[in-house]
Design a protein around this ligand. Structure first.
Ligand SMILES: [Zn+2]
Ligand SMILES: [Zn+2]
Length: 349
């Protein structure tokens, strides 16, 4: 009987035993040459990231890390479910091709898949119709992602949420992620003039308002994530979520409350990187967010009267590109000073 699988070929099939074969399947990369990876820990979220093969640690790489939970494992154990399915489908295809050949050989069936046995009174026809081969699907990949390069080992990789560790060298590169987020805000701001020309003043104003929202959201998310990680050293995950709900809430959205909370939770001053003037400026810009979010940017007659009477100066209530860019810079300044004080292993910007 012929062998089930033909050796060689694109998957480098080798016969390793009587009924054993090995096959190497190269996993498809996306259009940017990135390879999807998944954390082996079932409790990790989002647990999904991408790396660029050929960057980072290219030789003697025996340990890989999850950028979200720091789970350490062999690089091969970070294969995604979609990739496993893809490999299974390719293997299944090879096996179904092999079975096909074996059946045809065993019954000496020609290319038609038919053979006539006997003649006269008794004759039978054997025919064999191969089953349909499974279609091989490429793994599903997400579009939303943050691309970055590890400042320590130069691994190009992408993540889909707040991440901390480099998948190759395991360094704490949280601040690189944070600075990437603020870069996005500044990119949006850099296009406001073009958007104004093409789409009008209201769209441009909304872009600025949204960019301020984002700046505040990043600041809050970064501090929440830092607090979560810090508290986990002494509390269970449930306790940590309880504390975040009870003691933190949305206080990190406000500069003065964030200052209090950080002092109380970490015993470390949050704004020591800022001069008193910078602190005040930072607080003022963050506060401009309230009229935006609470009134959906709709002004009432009273508001216009107050502006007209000079009670409110235009520049005090209107948020500008410069304001938001400044808030993004000050946020990054604060966080890149504070975070390494909390976690000394952090790679500084
Ligand atoms: Zn993980
Ligand atoms: Zn690295």
């Amino acid at each position: 009987m012929s062998d089930l699988l033909r050796t060689g070929g694109p998957h480098n099939i080798k016969k390793t035993g009587r009924d054993q074969y090995s096959m190497s399947i190269s996993l498809p990369t996306d259009e940017d040459g990135m390879l999807a990876r998944e954390c082996p820990s079932s409790t990790c979220s989002p647990g999904y990231f991408k790396i660029k093969p050929g960057t980072g640690i290219t030789e003697g790489h025996t340990e890989a890390y999850c950028p979200y939970c720091c789970h350490k494992d062999e690089p091969a154990n970070f294969t995604t479910k979609a990739q496993l399915k893809y490999a299974e489908q390719i293997a299944y295809r090879e096996v179904s091709d092999g079975l096909d050949r074996m059946v045809k050989n065993a019954f000496d069936l020609g290319p038609s898949g038919k053979k006539k046995i006997g003649g006269g009174f008794l004759s039978m026809e054997i025919s064999y119709k191969p089953g349909t081969k499974p279609t091989v699907w490429r793994p599903f990949e997400e579009v939303l992602r943050r691309d970055l390069v590890c400042p320590k080992c130069t691994l190009a990789h992408s993540v889909f949420g707040i991440a901390t560790w480099c998948p190759d060298c395991g360094s704490d590169i949280f601040l690189t992620h944070v600075s990437k987020e603020y870069q996005v805000v500044k990119l949006i701001l850099s296009d406001v003039d073009n958007r104004k020309e093409r789409l009008g003043a209201r769209v441009a104003a909304r872009d600025i308002e949204n960019a301020l929202e984002d700046t505040v959201s990043i600041f809050e998310a970064v501090l929440r994530s830092t607090t979560r990680r810090y508290l986990r050293s002494a509390h269970s995950p449930q306790e940590v979520e309880e504390i975040l709900k009870r003691r933190i809430g949305n206080k990190y959205q406000s500069i003065s409350l964030a200052k209090e909370v950080a002092q109380q939770e970490f015993g470390i001053p949050l704004f020591s990187a800022l001069s008193p003037d910078e602190y005040q400026e930072f607080e003022l810009i963050f506060e401009k967010r309230h009229p935006i979010t609470h009134n959906l940017g709709i002004v009432d007659r009273k508001y216009l009267e107050r502006v007209a009477s000079g009670e409110l100066e235009g520049r005090e209530v209107r948020v500008t590109v410069e304001d938001v860019a400044r808030a993004a810079d000050l946020s990054l300044k604060v966080l890149s000073d504070f975070y390494p004080r909390v976690f000394s292993s952090a790679v500084q910007l």
